[in-house]
Design a protein around this ligand. Structure first.
Ligand code: ZN
Length: 293
């Protein structure tokens, strides 16, 4: 599945199924049809990934000494930089676009903004537990980085775990969150099992901490193995990509754009990361009690 944003405008979506719209804006007409979701602050920054995260945080806490990678999908100005994000990169298995625009809801609220807000919330929760957080982008007013860079930022930081935050552009009548997990690519072979374990934690936490249902249109119990995404093929740390809901579905979208839900999603991810890390550290198969991560 090629993920070249330009193909949407150039070829149209006549032959595309909903799966072909994943991680990109579903209905951009030719000629800058994304104007409606341009942000007022567009152009304020070049590539918004120069900062790779804070190394501040309390020395004590449940996550002291732990490094957590957070990858907010896409970027707010990707729409204005198609030549940059359409460049082809090697995703560990095949060629893939550097990045895509991501999707948006019917009102023009972008997946990029959603992902950024959840990431900021999540970073705060994790730092409060003593974790060091590494973000793949620290603004929603830039473009990029490429999926390859997003993976390398997290890998080179020596993260103990990472989550990539997205929202889906699924069928309008489909609801719910899904978790995309890596398939062995060679590069990621050592973290397949741990990523699946992380996915289990994320799934459980989303069920208990958010009103978003498990996807009724994608995956098995909300879990999908994907071998075509650079962010998963190229990871050397336990990692999953979370589609926190379907922006094309009005009910899901109403949640996704709500700051309260964005905090709930962050809380779910923080609890999942914390339970994953503390379970791995203890070497037990059980999930310990986690107090307000
Ligand atoms: Zn996405």
């Amino acid at each position: 599945m090629k993920a070249v944003v330009g193909a949407i405008a150039g070829v149209g979506l006549a032959g595309a199924t909903w799966t072909a719209t994943r991680h990109r804006r579903p209905s951009a007409p030719p000629g800058g049809g994304h104007d409606s979701i341009r942000r007022a602050d567009h152009g304020a920054s070049p590539v918004g990934h120069s900062g790779t995260g804070s190394h501040s945080g309390p020395a004590e806490g449940l996550l002291a000494g732990k490094i957590v990678g957070i990858d907010p999908g896409h970027n707010g100005d990707n729409w204005d930089h198609s030549s940059y994000i359409n460049r082809s990169v090697w995703n560990g298995r095949e060629e893939e676009a550097c990045d895509t625009t991501g999707t948006a809801d019917a009102g023009g609220y972008s997946e990029a903004e959603f992902a950024f807000n959840v990431a900021q919330n999540l970073a705060g929760l994790l730092r409060a537990q003593g974790a060091t957080v590494v973000l793949t982008r620290t603004t929603n007013a830039g473009y990029g980085p490429c999926i390859t860079q997003r993976a390398s930022i997290v890998n080179s930081a020596g993260a103990h775990v990472a989550v990539s935050i997205h929202a889906d552009g699924g069928p309008v009548d489909g609801r719910g969150f899904s978790i995309l997990e890596p398939v062995a690519s060679g590069v990621n072979d050592s973290v397949i099992g741990s990523s699946q374990a992380l996915g289990d934690h994320v799934r459980s936490a989303f069920v208990t901490e958010t009103p978003m249902p498990v996807s009724d249109y994608y995956g098995v119990n909300g879990v999908v193995a994907r071998d075509d995404l650079g962010g998963l093929n190229l990871t050397t740390v336990p990692k999953v990509m979370v589609e926190c809901g379907n922006m094309q579905n009005p009910t899901d979208a109403a949640l996704l754009i709500d700051p309260h839900f964005q905090q709930q999603a962050a809380t779910a991810l923080a609890k999942a990361v914390t339970s994953f890390l503390t379970t791995m550290a203890s070497g037990s198969g059980s999930t310990p009690t986690v107090a307000n991560p």
